[in-house]
Design a protein around this ligand. Structure first.
Ligand SMILES: [Zn+2]
Length: 450
């Protein structure tokens, strides 16, 4: 891997990456799920300035796509010399979730750099990585010789709301706009014991709306009416009692062995019968362990009734259901019918938008390069894990393109701390984590396409 080009900027590569991160935070591409929120075009302009020299000298090809006004995504491509080599995509989203400034100790969009930490919404999820990806692509673009394979920065809008105005839209509307054969994205670098965790799989989402029907009536004469609201309460009670079975996939054992030192506790966690009784001993990681060992069902939205004096004939219960690999829509519907029991006849199950769980193989040259890069940078072994939530990486996996999380956070970034910081007040990242991630990213890129 050639040296980064110091003439691009007066700053060294790490400082330049940190400055880029700060500018991306200040771009404040807040995505609240509305079509015209986000306005990622602001972050795209920041990146276009960052790449100005590479663009002017023709070292990169760039394309901007706009799914809706202001919902821009930028693709930067460094062309490789060998068409048979891998085409590596570095996928970073530009949008961030909203922040309530009153609950922050600093301006969430001020990008203050204090005591070696950059403060701001999106610093951890995932602007630090987007900045690192951009920095590495620029270094490769400005190097004296071209890389072997193509290197692409995919800086996309709307990840936080499912990619309808970002990667999902791009893959649907412009399937020929870019070609990648493998990809890296967010969710990685957290410490699990002595290991560094990298996501190679994600749970799926099978949202459901339960439509509960009753018999309406005037509220002043309730006799003979059957309130859908009361029925919905009964449905919720039954939901609270349902316990989807424990399914320990192939990533469970590596997770337990990486994170748990006590052999007796390990053994209990590896036994589906004793697992739940051991969860309280896991502290801050219990929620994650619970989530990745089963399908979960969380009632989130409840609606019934329109007027104070009318007994409602309909209630809606929205369920956020997260699935494991191999779980089908039929499985979920059967589980719900079983749970409803004798109420099933009066309840319609509607499907909300969702996606299947996805996994990339642990036995893959890109993943091997990620493991080697992290170990070479930091000395830590890598443990592959499954994410309980979803990210844009699934969209590549669904196309058969292997996609992995990435990152190398500094000491002290336990998985728990990572979970606590993202989407939370006072989100911030230390410069050391940016530095480690930059170094590991260079190594991966050199190994795959350098
Ligand atoms: Zn994210």
């Amino acid at each position: 891997m050639p040296d980064p080009s110091p003439h691009v900027t007066d700053l060294g590569p790490l400082d330049a990456t940190v400055e880029l991160l700060r500018e991306l935070v200040r771009a404040a591409c807040v995505n609240d799920g509305q079509e015209l929120s986000g306005q990622e075009v602001r972050a795209v302009r920041v990146l276009q300035r960052f790449f100005a020299e590479a663009i002017e000298s023709g070292r990169v090809e760039t394309q901007v796509f706009e799914a809706a006004p202001g919902r821009a995504s930028l693709i930067v491509r460094v062309r490789g010399s060998d068409p048979a080599a891998p085409a590596l995509g570095l996928l970073g989203h530009l949008d961030v979730v909203p922040a309530n400034p009153e609950r922050w100790n600093r301006d969430p969009f001020g990008a203050d750099l204090i005591d070696g930490e950059v403060w701001g919404r999106g610093t951890v999820d995932m602007l630090y990585l987007t900045a690192v990806f951009a920095a590495v692509v620029r270094e490769v673009a400005l190097a004296p010789a071209p890389p072997r394979g193509d290197l692409l920065l995919l800086a996309v809008a709307d990840e936080e709301a499912g990619g309808e105005y970002g990667l999902k839209w791009l893959l649907r509307e412009h399937p020929g706009a870019f070609r990648v054969t493998e990809a890296l994205s967010e969710s990685g670098g957290m410490r699990l014991g002595a290991h560094v965790a990298i996501d190679i799989a994600e749970k799926g989402s099978a949202g459901r709306r339960l439509v509960v029907r009753g018999t309406p009536g005037h509220a002043s004469i309730p006799y003979g009416a059957k309130s859908a609201a009361v029925l919905a309460a009964e449905v919720l009670q039954r939901l609270a009692r349902v316990e989807p079975s424990i399914e320990l996939g192939e990533l469970w054992r590596p997770f337990v062995e990486a994170r748990i030192e006590d052999p007796a506790l390990r053994e209990r966690l590896l036994d589906p019968v004793r697992l739940d009784a051991a969860l309280p001993e896991l502290g801050g990681i219990a929620g994650y362990a619970h989530a990745v060992s089963r399908v979960t069902i969380s009632p989130t939205v409840l609606r019934s009734g329109k007027a104070h004096n009318v007994i409602p004939d309909e209630a809606h219960i929205d369920l956020d259901i997260r699935t494991l690999p191999g779980v089908t829509d039929e499985h979920i519907d059967l589980l719900l019918i079983e749970m409803l029991g004798d109420l099933a006849g009066g309840v319609e199950i509607q499907h909300l938008k969702g996606w299947f769980a996805t996994a990339s193989p642990a036995d893959n040259p890109l993943f091997a390069a990620v493991c080697d890069a992290i170990t070479a940078t930091d000395g830590s072994p890598v443990v592959p894990i499954m994410a309980a939530g979803g990210s844009d990486a699934r969209l590549f996996r669904m196309l058969g393109i292997p996609a992995y999380g990435f990152g190398l956070l500094s000491e002290g970034w336990s998985y728990e701390r990572y979970r606590e910081r993202i989407h939370a007040h006072d989100e911030r990242i230390d410069v050391r984590s940016v530095e480690l991630t930059l170094e590991a990213a260079r190594r991966v890129v050199a190994a795959r396409i350098g």
